[in-house]
Design a protein around this ligand. Sequence first.
Ligand SMILES: Cc1cc2nc3c(=O)[nH]c(=O)nc-3n(C[C@H](O)[C@H](O)[C@H](O)COP(=O)(O)OP(=O)(O)OC[C@H]3O[C@@H](n4cnc5c(N)ncnc54)[C@H](O)[C@@H]3O)c2cc1C
Length: 448
Amino acid sequence: MFAPYGKWPPSSRKPSSFAVHIDGKSGQGMPVTIGSDRDAPKKSHIGMAIQESPNFENTKVAFSAKSTFELKKAEWLFSMIGRSWITGLAKSITNFSLKMGLPIDPLLKYTVFGHFCGGETVEQCKGTVENMYQHGGVSSILDYSVEGKQGESFFEGTLQTLLEVCAHAKANPAVPFLVFKPSGMGRFEIYQKVSERRGLDQAEMLEWERISQRFDTICGAVAATDSLKIMIDAEESWIQKAIDGLVESMMLKYNGKRTVVFNTVQMYRNDRLSYLHNVHSFGRDHNVRIGVKLVRGAYMEKERERARTNGYESPICSDKAATDANFDSGLKFCLLNLEVFDVFVGTHNEGSCLQFSQKLNEEGMAKNDHRIWFGQLYGMSDHISFNLAKEGYNTAKYVPFGPVKEVVPYLFRRAEENTSVGSQTSRELSFIKKELQRRKKERELSKI
Ligand SMILES: Cc1cc2nc3c(=O)[nH]c(=O)nc-3n(C[C@H](O)[C@H](O)[C@H](O)COP(=O)(O)OP(=O)(O)OC[C@H]3O[C@@H](n4cnc5c(N)ncnc54)[C@H](O)[C@@H]3O)c2cc1C
């Protein structure tokens, strides 16, 4: 049985306790051997030199897809959103202007929207997608980021947009995944009722059927392509049971030959390591592959607040260290069980990316093993994405898109996240400044 490991020291080059069999090509399709081989001597270096770790400090690589003008704009933007009062004020002014119908689209496009989004439509994202792929080998995941809307026509519209993305992506190697949020496909209350095993009335039953049908339509369309995959985002814990069930049924239907459907596992939840164990058994028992996107989780305050208000124990790990340990254990469990799992590591945490990439190297696995992906969000942590891709790891960025006014909630979540994670903002800013300095020096030298 799996036993959680402790921290992975990034500097560790100790032989691991399990061996990996590689085919000498890319490691594709070859299982990580578990069980008795775990205690066998390390074999991971069969003919393979230990590879260098990615260097996240390399700003030339990090910003290879950005012009100097774009970098200067980003410098200005991050210095603004680093101050919480400015973000708060900008949010109020934007919401007021939108309510009053004032024409603020151009301003948003020039600032936050331009930085964090690829465009308003799939077509408009093409430039961003091409640019990242050609300059840095970084793939894109087009993310329709309209949030907080309800109603059957909106849900149907989301499905049609996803089908459009699918048609575009199947002919474009730079877009390997689709993604969607379950709340974009159906009413939150229905997911909650199903999760809580409360009875649905006739109309609600039909609503739930329509939701299931939408999941099936898009997963089926993705499965019908040669290599596209689809990730389903995770949201609040009190709707997740319904989503887990639906996504597992999609895996059962579509993950036979290859891994098409990925669920999201939020490792800030206390119970998610055992969920990984369960879903692993499910995959093994049913002979289907299990795709998982591992993230820490984005709704911590909301989760804790609801637990407090309703008087139940919070499902979230007690502190950041506990979340980190859970995240590491989850990643290790997946890595040990690649005969069942495909894993997408969704994080902006440099340590996590470094440790996981080193772990792959230590085990002699190909950096571009098709079962393993790293991912960040567009407009953030280019130093991670582009340096990972430069080293040969499969790396993709979520590229949000949608009508400017309708992605405003997403944009302010990003801005607030960057405000609250103060050190991350200053780190982004310091990399941008460093690269601007480097380019200035380069220009000066070229004049000599
Ligand atoms: C490509 C991608 C896809 C994503 N998809 C989803 C998704 O589908 N669903 C979703 O919920 N999130 C998603 N996220 C967001 C993710 O869950 C995190 O909120 C975000 O990435 C920050 O975590 P980190 O690992 O990048 O960085 P870190 O800075 O290392 O971690 C911050 C995270 O640690 C946890 N944490 C912080 N303080 C505490 C504390 N006191 N106690 C316990 N835990 C704490 C929280 O989860 C917090 O978000 C995604 C992120 C990426 C990059």
